[in-house]
Design a binder for this molecule. Structure first.
Ligand code: SAH
Length: 348
């Protein structure tokens, strides 16, 4: 009777584990470095691409391992140049990633989970249930795919990465941090952590953990309201951890990292468009050094959420600026192909 042994995905192994493997089969430790470079830096999809590895060793690797890779299943291009990818994972699940070109930057917006468990009422991804976490390689590969698109379609390098696609990155903490290690490592993509932003609903315990782990990337918090009742209505996570808990974790973050945060903020008609809402935001911005990105609302249905008036937007900007808080107003990109913030929902 033949026994079928499932082959392991070699990209789940750390460099240390790969080194152990090579030593265990009587090979040299440095072989691990060579293979690791093929797997990450050179994104090899096949062991036979590893031309500086002997045929015999390649055969051994093939017998034991597979190399899993994502595949861009479908690519849509917006009239503003934005590209949205439907990305197929090795088990057939799909996530979306977005390339956002501007004059100065090309940004990759990537997903960290299949679906999401957080139920923010204004977000299309929340309508999908959370299926699973992405592995580090599945996150890394989204960046590689967009880096290639950036070079082939725009003839420009990828400059920034934002974890603002599908899912809550902090609820996939270990794999997200692992992927960022590989993205920033010279043995991987060698992209500076200063060009990476992790966006989160703000889970206090995990914000503190990031601070303890001395992470070097930027942190953005999806705030949307600095009034507990209002925030709890639009983001149920706020019922579990209040603005006070969030503030406490942000103070811890700043104390340890000395890094500013960005608050992402959408202004909705009849929800948070009064002066008292803006004043609460101003006060929240005084807790630690911070700037505000006001994001245009991208409607996901005919529902209760509507973009607030230009007057409300102007009122927010004036109050923030009067208090010396940096504020940027972000226009949506890729709306025509459902690629804008909060619209990622595997529609096709
Ligand atoms: N879970 C993470 C990252 C994904 S969402 C987080 O919540 O931060 C990325 C950003 O898009 C967040 O700031 C989110 O609040 C915002 N967003 C969600 N739905 C939106 C919508 N319909 N219009 C505009 N922004 C939206």
């Amino acid at each position: 009777m033949t026994e079928i042994i499932a082959k392991r995905d070699i990209r789940q192994l750390s460099l240390e584990q790969l080194t152990e493997y090579f030593l265990a089969i009587g090979d040299k430790g440095f072989r691990a470095k060579q293979v690791y470079e093929w797997l990450w830096k050179k994104s090899a999809k096949d062991f036979d691409q590893m031309t500086n590895i002997s045929l015999e060793t390649r055969e051994k690797l093939k017998a034991e391992f597979v190399i899993n890779h994502i595949a861009v299943d479908e690519m849509q291009r917006s009239e503003d140049g934005t590209i949205k990818n439907a990305v197929k994972l090795f088990d057939g699940a799909t996530v979306e990633s977005v390339l956002i070109p501007t004059d100065k930057r090309i940004t990759a917006c990537i997903s960290s989970q299949v679906g999401c468990s957080l139920d923010c009422h204004f977000c299309a991804t929340a309508r999908l249930k959370r299926m699973r976490n992405l592995n580090p390689d599945e996150i890394y590969d989204q960046v590689v795919a967009i880096k290639e698109q950036s070079e082939s379609f725009f003839n420009r390098p990828l400059t920034n990465i934002v974890f603002m696609g599908m899912g809550e990155p902090l609820l996939n903490y270990h794999n997200v941090i692992d992927s960022i290690d590989k993205i920033t490592n010279p043995k991987g993509l060698g992209i500076s952590p200063k060009r990476i932003t992790l966006s989160t609903v703000g889970i206090p315990k995990l914000i503190k953990k990031m601070a303890d782990d001395s992470v070097k990337f930027n942190l953005a918090i999806s705030l949307h309201s600095a009034v507990n009742d209002t925030r709890s209505k639009v983001m149920p996570i706020n019922l579990k951890s209040s603005l006070e808990d969030l503030a406490d974790s942000l103070q811890y973050w700043y104390h340890k990292t000395r890094k500013k945060v960005t608050y992402e903020y959408v202004i909705w008609q009849g929800i948070n468009d009064e002066e008292e809402d803006a004043k609460a935001l101003v006060e929240f911005c005084k807790i630690i050094p911070a700037k505000v990105n006001i994001i245009e609302y991208n409607p996901i249905d005919e529902g209760e959420y509507q973009q607030a008036s230009d007057e409300a937007l102007g009122m927010y900007v004036r109050l923030l600026e009067e208090n010396d808080i940096v504020v940027n107003v972000r226009r949506s990109r890729g709306k025509d192909i459902d690629a804008a913030c909060g619209q990622l929902a595997n529609k096709n």
